[in-house]
Design a protein around this ligand. Structure first.
Ligand code: UD1
Ligand code: UDP
Length: 364
């Protein structure tokens, strides 16, 4: 039994790490593939170093491009590797282009496909990630869901119960493993911040950052929020050019993309986080830090129903009002069940005990 684990973009590394570790703990032969969808040192190398991820066995170097160009490069680079290595199973995580492309190659090559973070649905088909989620799930033999809502989505879509596993949240495994280390580092002093004295912003969704009018409106709102709570904004490469053209309002400090430990430290001691990231909605819930999501929908509703997250859209007036409200009255938080640091182990147990090793039937 040989299991190939795939990562390609920033939100993948912290998700693959606990699965890879748990598979190795069980003695399963593993191969780590980095597709190279993200490649800047601050979008890739820093996570391998800080998370103590082994150097990838294979680096595909696909880089950036339109959806079609990037996906095509992923397909043509991954297929010969799968043909050469002939893994029994391929594990993909999350919802990026690397996820869906590698799942497609693996399924057609006759490998078992395992999707970690299955069943999340924003029901917003204009999001490229929603297309990737739905298609990856359809290609997968093993659907590892992070929360009961995700299980319910999969059941409603007709997946067989024996394919669907409520595994918990692998991103939380990595957060819990690194929180103490992040908090005892020098992130805040280096940035001249004090605990509870600042807020954090991240924005990279095409719907928020590609149109300068939309991004400009959000920056106006952030400038207003910063009058009460100064903001630190690690800028995603996708957002960089538009942001540089628009300039930041007073009180909003732009910094390069943060490394994992710095970003965890920043989130942990923030008064407020404003974001359109998927993972940050989950991390703030676990950290109990108020989160305003600048989107109209979320594929992670449990962060709203049980966590600290609130959907506020992108209307500047609504963002400002919501920020004032949560700064005055921070919401209570409950950590969702199975967001407990053991998700990677549950996944590895399924794959190595009752799963790949036992030659499960493929879905019909
Ligand atoms: C991708 C994912 C998105 C995820 C995000 C996490 C898809 C369709 N999108 O979005 O779901 O939330 O990653 O961060 O897979 N760039 C660099 N350096 C890099 C990487 C990207 O400069 O290392 C720039 C390039 O100009 C590139 C642009 O960012 O064209 C977008 O990169 P891409 O990987 O296509 O999508 P993201 O917006 O990063
Ligand atoms: N993150 C980081 N540095 C940053 C912004 C985010 O390390 O400057 C981490 C964050 O803690 C989380 C992951 O990146 O673990 C989320 O990735 P991202 O927001 O890029 O993608 P998404 O979750 O929206 O797909």
């Amino acid at each position: 039994m040989k299991i190939m684990c795939v990562a390609g973009a920033r939100p993948n590394y912290m998700k693959i790490k606990p699965v890879l570790d748990a598979l190795r703990e069980r003695g399963a032969p593993t191969i780590l593939v980095h597709t190279g969808q993200h490649y800047d040192a601050l979008m890739s190398d820093v996570f391998f170093t800080e998370l103590d991820l082994p150097a990838p066995d294979h680096f595909l170097g696909v880089g950036s491009g339109s959806h079609a160009a990037q996906t095509a490069r992923l397909l043509t680079a991954f297929e010969p590797l799968v043909d050469k290595e002939r893994p029994d199973a391929v594990v993909v995580v999350g919802d990026v282009n690397s996820t869906v492309a590698c799942a497609l190659v693996a399924a057609k090559a006759g490998c078992l496909v395992a999707h970690v973070e299955a069943g999340l649905r924003s029901r917003d088909w204009s999001m490229p990630e929603e297309v990737n989620r739905v298609v990856t799930d359809r290609l997968s033999d093993y659907l590892f869901a992070p929360s009961p809502d995700a299980v319910a989505n999969l059941v409603a879509e007709g997946y067989r119960p024996d394919q669907v596993h409520l595994a918990g949240n692998v991103m939380v495994d990595t957060l819990l493993a690194n929180l103490d280390r992040a908090r005892t580092g020098d992130t805040l002093t280096r940035l001249g911040l004090v605990p509870g004295g600042y807020g954090v912003v991240t924005l990279h969704r095409p719907a928020n950052v590609d149109d300068p009018v939309v991004l400009g409106g959000l920056l106006t709102a952030l400038g207003e929020v910063a009058r009460d709570c100064p903001l630190v904004f690690p800028v995603h490469p996708r957002t960089r050019a538009t942001m540089e053209a628009l300039g930041a309002p007073p009180g909003v400090r732009l910094v390069p993309p943060a490394g994992y430990l710095d970003f965890l430290a920043l989130q942990a001691d923030a008064r407020l986080v404003l974001t359109d990231s998927g993972g940050v909605q989950e991390e703030t819930t676990v950290l109990g830090v108020p989160c305003l999501t600048l989107r109209d929908n979320t594929e992670r509703p449990i962060t709203v129903t049980e966590g600290t997250n609130q959907l506020v859209g992108r209307d500047p007036g609504r963002v400002i009002a919501a920020a004032h409200q949560v700064l005055a009255t921070p919401p209570p938080a409950r950590r969702p069940a199975l967001w407990d640091g053991q998700a990677g182990r549950r996944i590895a147990a399924v794959l190595t005990m009752g799963g790949v090793a036992a030659g499960r039937p493929r879905p019909t």
